[in-house]
Design a protein around this ligand. Structure first.
Ligand code: CA
Length: 231
């Protein structure tokens, strides 16, 4: 692989021990690492390097990574993985629905972080129909920014995994999404998940969005391969 094809990751992190470990570890894993210790510095480095991915600490000396994540997504769709120091922060990050691609909690294992980074980078860029943050599938409206779903204008409550599944299918509407792609996107390719867990989430998702769940019109099973989202 030539140096030019290596993904560029912007690491926004103010703790020197994490900066050093990530510089070394991610370089070994084939990433070009550009670093920033403050949001102000991150803005400059982002403009100069146009990173493929941002690893963004929540607590930074000059502000909140949550606000900076929002700021990034006002102009570009570069995926952001949030890094939080406490599990309680994760709830805040998720609750605010800032459009982060994923999150990790300190202390994390480099191997797990890299697996998540690769899974995020493998996700194809959103279709133009999704780029304004909304997509309509038949009578179902999905708002990716607010992470909300409505059917015939009535709100539907989805769990995080159910929403992530629906978002994955919406990004590939009309195309087959393999079971492996589902597992990869939702569980970062870690072999922790029994594929029956995926079936359970699919069943619940169908019960919520289909008129006749045993005979789905939108979330179609492609036998032996995966699923397809039809209008
Ligand atoms: Ca910090």
């Amino acid at each position: 692989m030539s140096a030019d094809s290596r993904p560029v990751v912007l690491v926004v992190e103010d703790e020197p021990s994490y900066q050093d470990a990530l510089n070394v570890g991610l370089t070994v894993e084939g990433f070009v690492v550009v670093g920033a210790t403050t949001i102000g510095q991150a803005r400059e480095v982002f403009a100069r390097h146009s990173p493929n991915l941002v690893l963004l600490d929540v607590m930074l000396p000059d502000g909140s990574g949550i606000d900076y994540c929002r700021e990034i997504h006002q102009t570009v769709r570069t995926p952001v993985i949030m890094v939080s120091a406490r599990t309680s922060e994760v709830d805040v990050v998720l609750g605010l629905e800032i459009g982060a691609a994923d999150y990790v909690t300190k202390p994390y294992r480099l191997r797990e972080l890299v697996a998540r980074m690769r899974a995020v980078l493998r996700r194809p860029p959103s279709e133009p129909s999704v780029s304004d943050g909304r997509v309509t599938i038949g009578d179902i409206d999905v708002d990716f920014v607010r992470r909300s779903v409505a059917k015939r204008s009535l709100p539907i409550e989805l769990s995080r995994k159910e929403f992530d599944l629906l978002a994955l299918f919406a990004e590939h509407r009309g195309q087959v999404v393999t079971r492996e792609q589902c597992l990869d996107a939702l569980w970062w390719g870690l072999d922790l998940v029994d594929t029956r867990t995926l079936d359970t989430h699919m069943k619940r998702l169908r019960q919520k969005i289909e008129d006749d769940p045993p005979h789905p019109r939108h979330l179609v099973t492609v036998r032996g391969v995966g699923f397809r989202l039809d209008d």
